[in-house]
Design a protein around this ligand. Sequence first.
Ligand code: M6R
Length: 607
Amino acid sequence: MCGIFGCVLKEGEAAPLIHQGLRRLEYRGYDSVGFATISDGTLHMRKDQGRVDEVVGRLGLDKMPGSLGVGHTRWATHGAPMMVNAHPHTDCENQIAVIHNGVIDNFLELKEELINRGHVFESRTDTEVIPHLIEEEMKGDINIGEAILRALRRLEGSYAIAVVSSADLERIYCARNESPLVIGVSDKGTFCASDVPAMLPYTNKVVYLRNGEFAILEREGFKIKRIQDGSAVEREVEEVTWTLEMAEKQGYPHFMLKEIFEQPKSLRNSLRLQQQYLDLLTAFLDRGRELFLVAAGTSYLACIAASYMFSKLARLTTYPAISSEFIAQYGSSVGIDSVVLAVSQSGETYDTLKAIDHARMRATTVLGVTNTVGSTLTRVSRAYIIQQSGPEMGVAATKTFTSQLMVLSQLALRLARTRGKVSQDEVDDFEARLLEVPVYVEKVLEKHGTSIRSLVEKYSGERLFLFLGRGISAATALEGRLKLLELTYVPSLAYPAGESKHGPISVVEEGTPIIFLCPRGETRREIVGSIMEMKARGARIISVCEEGDRDIKELSDDVIEMPLGIPELLSPIPYIVPLQLYAYYLAVEKGLDPDKPRNLAKSVTVP
Ligand code: M6R
C-alpha cells in the first residue's frame, strides 16, 4: 500500500535518488510523502500531504543533505491523509525516524503503554508507536540495532519498515513481516525498496527480505538477522532480468496505455512457460477432489473466467473464491483433498496470503500463479508458476489479467489432457487457438487501439453503464466494469446477462448504454435474447462481437468488431482489450490520471 525507498551511498547525495525511487513507487500509494536524511550528525526530516513531485518541489526534499536517507509515499490506513500523519514518524526527541508499510494490529495497547510512560504522540497512525518503542528500549543503554530488534518483537501485524537515526550515522535498519521489502546492492551503495523497479536504475542485484527478518544496510553491504532470536541469516544475492526500460513508459503518455499495447508480447512470454512447472502443477491439480481459485480484484475475475475452463475442459469442480471471503465461506470445508490455486500479480495481497495460510493449516495443497519472483506467494506455495508479464506500473491491472488467463488456460489444457474427459479433437483445437491468442490481441489493438476514442466520445456524458455477458463472458463483463469503475469513477453494473432480469433491469431506461459481450459460441442464442430484452426497454446497445456478425450488428447501436475464429472459452483475453482501452480513453477524456486512480493502491498488503 505504501512505498518505501532508502539508500546508504558511498558518495553523493541520497535525496535525489530517494525522489526517483518514490516516483516509481507512487503506484503503491500517493496521498503524502516524506524524507529523512542524515548529515553532519543530524537527522533531517520533512513531509507533507500530496503527490511525490508536488511535495518534493514544494518542500525542496531533493535538496536535503546527506548520503544516507529514506523516503515514503503513503496510502492512508490509520489517520487521514494530512501532514501530521505522513511518514517518517519520530520519537519524542526527534532522533529516530521510521517509515512503514503495513498495519500494526496491537498499536492501541502499545500506544497506551507508551503514553503512560510519558511519550507524546502527534499523529493518529499506528506507525508512530514504532519510534517511541525504540526510544523506550534505548533507555536500557543498548545500541540502536538491538533496541530496534527488541521493539520489533513487541509488534503484531504487518510491516515493512526502514529506520534512520542520529544515534547511528552510517546505517539504515529495516525489517519485514508480511509486507514486501527488497534490498539492492551495487558499487554505489546499498538500497532498500518496496519493490524491484524502484531500484532498477541503480542495481539489478537484489535480496528479498523474508517474514520475520531484520536487515542492517551499510555502504559496503548488508547483514540479515532473524527478529525472533537475532541469529544471522545467509542469503544469496539474486539477479533480476527486468530492465529499467521494461519498467518505464517508452514514449506512451501513461503506463496503462503502454501496458495495454504490450499485451501481444506479454502473452507470448506467458506462452513460453517452462513445461516442467506446468507438469508439476497439473499433477497436483489432478489429485484434487475440488479446486478453489483464490484471489482478489482483477485476479479474482481472471479466476472466474478460468473456473469455466477447468470445469469444461478438465471436468474438475472449480470454485472461484474472493480471498477476503475464502475463510468465512470455505474455511471449514477445505481439507486434504482440496487444492487451492492462489492467483496474485504481486504475490503479496494480504487477504490472499491469509486465505492460503488457512488452507495450509488444513493440509490443503496450495499452488500459486504470480508475476513476482521471490514474493511471499512463491514461498508459501507447494509449487508456483511465474506468469511472465513483466513489471506492471499502472495501478489498474491490464496485461497481468490477460497473462494470468494465459497461464490458467495452459493449466486447464494440460489437466484436460491428463484427465482425458473431453475429446482429443476438442483439446487439440483449444491448444491451436491458444497459441493464436497473441495474434488475436495484436489485431484488436491494430483495429481499435486509437479508433475506439470516437465511441468513447459519443458516450462520454453517460452517468451509468451496464456490462452483460453469458458464460465465460460474464467474467469479461465484470472485468470491463471494474476497469471503467476504477479509472473513471462512473457507476456501472456488470452481471451474467441471464441474471440481469432478476433486478438490474430496473435501472434500464431510455438511452441507458449497455455493453454486451457476444463472442460466437454456446451462449450466443441466449445473448441475442438478452439484447432484445434490453432493447425493448430503450437501452442503447454497444456490442463486442465477431466481425461480420450481422445478427448482432442489426440489434446494436454500435459494435466493436473482433477478429474471426476466437473460441468462446478463450474470448476473455482478446475481448477485454477494447474494454481496457475504453476505460483508459474515458479517464483521459475526463482529465483523470489513469495510472493513479483515487483511493487505490497497486498492491493491497494490509487487512
Ligand atoms: O497483486 P494482486 O493480483 O493480488 O492484486 C489484486 C488486486 O488488488 C488488483 O487486481 C486490483 O483489483 C487492481 N487495481 C485491479 O485493476
